[in-house]
Design a protein around this ligand. Structure first.
Ligand code: CA
Length: 422
């Protein structure tokens, strides 16, 4: 697959995240206008809502682009997804007959504020990269039995909160919570001292489930993907997680990148999950390659300082695909809805510089990381900006996601009623 050229010159660069091959969906505003559906092309945004209003885009069951979120397009189903992508390509391809009609609907991305691209219905987070599960199990439990006994059979997950999901650029405030030092008898209530990131990939459910679905049907239901940072307070997590799993340690915020990269754009990059160490039960077997070859990068910038790349890994490190996770999610009869978000689980490779969380990189704080600025980090400090990036690499082009960033704000002052009485 090679670069498709566009009359939008900046889309033809080998380094842009948004060539014509990509066409990701976002929501933007200019000068505090109402949020509008847009499509990234090079360093511009095509105002898709304006194009539909002007009759340049007509969708079955439309109008579908006027609500300021992409959920109506998802609900319309796969034939509309295909038709919209084909029409956008026709409007933006080099030599397009309607170029002069489309040009007035382009706005520079640098002038735009980006918003959540879809209304998140529910959010589930998984635990599906083996290296991450092994590392965490080694630290929290026992290296001899690092993987839980069910791990090679079940895509493990927990039900998170849709209300925690925020768009890239939203500040993230250090949480308070119950913490207990390993040698302390009792917990205390304090700001997290081990606040961390998790590099993940988010799948967006674009069609509802009707009963249990197969892995193939699950793949068909996925509309697109975003980068996802599942901010995690490790000290809160360590005290609270047994027996029902993470709760407040994961509820502060989950940041997603602003552009939904469609499954269609990622199609040329499909790759397979690894060989199974234990045979999967028949319902979880995959009919074909369900992962994608996507490079990820995690970087950190202390306040006012230069960025250091902490880690590089790839989505091919997953043991379970999003389609397998979605299939398993419906296996109990659980109903999945349009706008549901599934976090992949932290994506870690085997090498130290391919790990997807500071918990793993600093091995629970025992091996602090030295940044390019000379500072050390075991966990996140106030003022740090954390950025996730990701791209699939084609011949002379890349399918990128846009930055997924958040800056750590200091913990709030504790209300008087929560303070100890003396
Ligand atoms: Ca997670």
């Amino acid at each position: 697959m090679t670069l498709k050229t566009s009359w939008v010159a900046s889309a033809n660069s080998a380094t842009t995240d948004f060539p014509l091959n990509n066409l990701p969906y976002g929501v933007f505003s200019i000068n505090a206008s109402a949020p509008r559906c847009g499509v990234a092309i090079g360093d511009m945004i095509l105002d898709a809502a304006a194009c539909e209003a002007a009759g340049l885009i007509t969708l079955e069951g439309g109008p579908l682009l006027q609500s300021g979120v992409w959920n109506p397009v998802m609900e319309a189903g796969a034939s509309v997804w295909t038709a919209l992508r084909a029409r956008l390509t026709e409007l933006l391809v080099d030599g397009a007959s309607e170029q002069s009609a489309v040009e007035p609907h382009l706005v520079p991305m640098k002038d735009a504020t980006l918003h959540l691209p879809f209304a998140v219905t529910e959010y589930t987070d998984f635990y599906a990269a083996k290296n991450h599960a092994f590392n965490v199990g080694s630290m929290f439990r026992d290296p001899e039995n690092a993987l839980p006994p069910n791990w090679l059979s079940i895509p493990i997950g927990y039900n998170g909160r849709a209300s925690s999901v925020v768009v890239s650029g939203t500040p993230v405030t250090r949480p308070w919570g119950q913490l207990k030092a390993p040698d302390a008898a009792l917990p205390r209530f304090a700001p997290s001292e081990r606040f961390d990131l998790e590099l993940e990939f988010g799948a967006i459910v674009g069609q509802p489930s009707k009963g249990m679905v197969s892995v193939a049907e699950a793949d068909d239901m996925i509309f697109g993907y975003v980068l996802l940072n599942d901010w995690s307070a490790r000290d809160i997590q360590a005290w609270e997680y047994q027996p029902l799993g993470p709760f407040q340690s994961k509820a502060t915020a989950t940041t997603i990148s602003p552009w939904i990269v469609t499954k269609a754009a990622l199609e040329p990059f499909r790759t397979s999950t690894p060989e199974r160490e234990r045979p999967l039960l028949p319902y979880l077997k995959e009919p074909g390659p369900m992962l994608y070859d996507i490079d990820f990068e995690v970087s950190i910038a202390p306040e006012g300082k230069a960025e250091t790349v902490l880690s590089r890994t790839n989505y091919d490190q997953m043991y379970y695909s999003a389609a397998q996770q979605l299939c398993h999610h419906t296996s109990s009869g659980c109903v999945m809805r349009v706008g549901d978000l599934l976090g992949s689980g932290t994506i870690s490779g085997t090498a130290k510089d391919s790990r997807g969380s500071l918990l793993e990189m600093s091995w629970g704080g025992k091996e602090p990381i030295t940044l390019d600025t000379g500072e050390q980090r075991s966990f996140l400090a106030d003022g740090d900006t954390l950025t996730l990036r990701g791209a699939a690499q084609g011949e002379g082009y890349r399918i990128g996601f846009g930055d997924c960033t958040g800056q750590i704000q200091p913990a709030i002052d504790l209300p008087a009623w929560a303070q100890e009485e003396n």
